[in-house]
Design a protein around this ligand. Structure first.
Ligand code: CUA
Length: 152
């Protein structure tokens, strides 16, 4: 059995390319400390929108997406806060994109997605739905307001 030379080269080139892809993912994960969103067992408790303050700089946000809004719609936190977002949807699939934070999650009915975000700089971080979900899609947004103690 013999392999054509060209075929052999292509196989080697594809393997190198795959290796490069895997390396890039691992490199990005360590260099940018990007945390891949996790998936938790479904629990009805997460379908109630709320903000839990665990301590001065640690918060939990139960974010609920539905046609066509996010709740809570405004999240006030102090600078330097770490926020665990638990995300679910009450109906169809929605997107959950936090501008300037490289966070891109999907809200799915019957499922809880979780990610942790640190907000080191003051500012308003818009959250938008980036998954087409019907006629009100473009109106779906909320925001994280990081400017404590000025606000409230
Ligand atoms: Cu929700 Cu688009």
């Amino acid at each position: 059995m013999s392999i054509d030379k060209t075929e052999k080269r292509i196989i080697i080139a594809s393997m190198l390319l795959m290796g490069l892809f895997v390396f890039s993912i691992l490199y990005a994960k360590s260099k940018y400390k990007s945390d891949l969103p996790g998936c938790l067992p479904y629990d009805k408790a997460y379908t109630e929108p709320k903000i839990n303050k665990l301590d001065d700089h640690t918060y939990q946000v139960f974010a609920v997406a539905q046609m066509w809004l996010f709740q809570p719609s405004e999240i006030y936190i102090p600078v330097g806060s770490e926020v665990d977002f638990f995300l679910t949807s009450k109906d169809v699939v929605h997107g959950f994109n936090i501008a300037k934070k490289n966070i891109n999650m999907t809200a799915i009915y019957g499922s809880i997605n979780k990610t942790t975000v640190k907000f080191d700089k003051p500012g308003v971080y818009d959250i938008v739905c980036h998954e087409y979900c019907g006629t009100g899609h473009q109106n779906m947004h909320s925001k994280v307001i990081v400017n404590y103690p000025e606000a409230r």
